[in-house]
Design a protein around this ligand. Structure first.
Ligand code: 4FV
Length: 255
């Protein structure tokens, strides 16, 4: 199913400027200006009720650090639903979530409206995870100081899938992972640089030859760096024959 024609994304954070700045630049920035995607950044403190505008507190049961309190996050999502309609998903970014992948980006791009909650401190009260967020996504097995960078990764990856955001649709369709493989090598002028030549096939004008070379390079790179991707990639007989050849070459090389 194709991506939604337009997309609403709401990001809830205690550092709105940290999220707004990157969204003002490049492909995503232009898409927002052109109204292709509608991104709003919400300051969590605007949804606090105490005069200290506090968003965190000490953990019950003791332990280091602070935990984000549930109320401001629930009030923020309530306000977004009132102002912008009920979101199709409320995503909590955290290292405990499912890994965010291209397939996840394609799924979110079909939803039309998602909210992203940015954790800070030691994390969020678990009632947010179970009674506010509809899903939890991680961008990788490492601990960041906040969920803002993951939120920006998600917004950028999803925005690129909205029709018209990336000038040339073909480039999105050809993106790494869109075809389940790593990308093929890219070259541009000069054809010779410090004695380093561009592969002649790319200068040949033989488009079928060029496509075949690119496919083979993408397969070789995927076999080398991310062989597990080959299990889910859409491969044809020629691909499998080429991969078999590469494996035999590698075994000969190893022996
Ligand atoms: C993270 C990740 C991440 C954990 C504690 C924010 C931090 C702090 N989010 N993928 N990796 N979050 O490290 O998504 O609250």
């Amino acid at each position: 199913m194709a991506a939604a024609r337009s997309m609403k994304l709401d990001v809830v954070t205690i550092f709105p400027r940290m999220v707004e700045a990157p969204l003002a630049e490049g492909v995503v920035g232009r898409a927002i200006q052109r109204g292709l995607i509608d991104v709003r950044v919400h300051d969590l403190r605007a949804h606090t009720t105490d005069r200290h505008r506090s968003v965190d507190d000490v953990p019950f049961g003791g332990g280091p650090g602070m935990v984000m309190t549930p109320e401001p996050l629930f009030r923020a999502v309530d306000a977004i639903a009132r102002e912008r309609g009920e979101p199709a998903a409320v995503i909590l970014t955290s290292p405990d979530g499912r890994l965010f992948t291209h397939r996840e980006a394609e799924r979110l791009a079909r939803l039309g409206h998602v909210v992203v909650l940015c954790g800070r401190y030691e994390g969020v009260d678990d009632r947010v995870r179970h009674h506010l967020a509809t899903e939890e996504l991680s961008i990788g097995d490492y601990v960041l100081s906040g969920g803002e960078l993951p939120a920006l990764v998600i917004v950028d990856a999803v925005a690129r899938l909205i029709p018209g955001v990336v000038g040339d649709e073909a480039s999105v369709a050809r993106d790494t992972f869109a075809r389940g493989l790593l990308d093929f090598p890219q070259y541009t002028r000069p054809a010779a640089f410090r004695g380093l030549e561009v592969p002649p096939v790319l200068l040949s004008g033989h488009h079928a030859e060029i496509e075949r070379w690119r496919r083979r390079e993408a397969l070789a790179r995927t076999l080398e760096t991310r062989p597990e991707l080959l299990e889910t990639a859409a491969l044809d007989d020629e691909d499998r024959a080429w991969l078999q050849e590469l494996v035999e070459l590698r075994e000969k090389g190893a022996s």
